[in-house]
Write a protein that binds this ligand. Sequence first.
Ligand code: IMP
Length: 180
Amino acid sequence: MIGTAQTNQNRLRVLIPEEKLRARIDELGAQIRRDFGDKPVTCVCVLKGSFIFAADLVRAIGGEVKCEFLGVSSYQGGTQSSGVVKITKDLSKPIEGQHVIIVEDIIDTGLTLHYLLEMLSVRKPKSLSVCTLLDKPANREVDMAADYVGFAIPDEFVVGFGLDFAELYRNLPYVAVYTP
Ligand code: IMP
């Protein structure tokens, strides 16, 4: 038991500690609320990776916020994007006429976001924005930029705060670089 815990710890290097995440998410929430005034916004939490970020972000935005969930799978358990986006759970309500914010954990190649923007824009939201906790701009395969970015990070595989490797490490309260 102890041996396993130590081995896993050796694979992790803290990149963004808990306090920095909390402070930045509060700033993002305040910025979004400023930009939208007192209008209601609909946050689309992209599962599974953004569930922890989205939980903090919607509270930081305050005011009228609807929460929707979209299940997406683009990795097949490894550390490289497969480029194939699979919808595992669709939204439960229409988003037509609403100010929609896609809440992402990380933008890497940009392929997932590109797919989601096309998929959601045809549902006629009043506006469609993107808020991502992390951005790895060095690894883009399609030209994609988020409206709100928590942290730009180097091209390394990260886990924690919702992000996983083979479904593990989502529960870490910080973001860490993972070396398989
Ligand atoms: P993209 O399509 O390559 O931009 O990848 C988007 C998705 O891949 C994200 O929503 C994550 O779920 C996953 N992903 C990309 N980079 C990482 C990482 O460093 N750690 C964990 N998951 C990642």
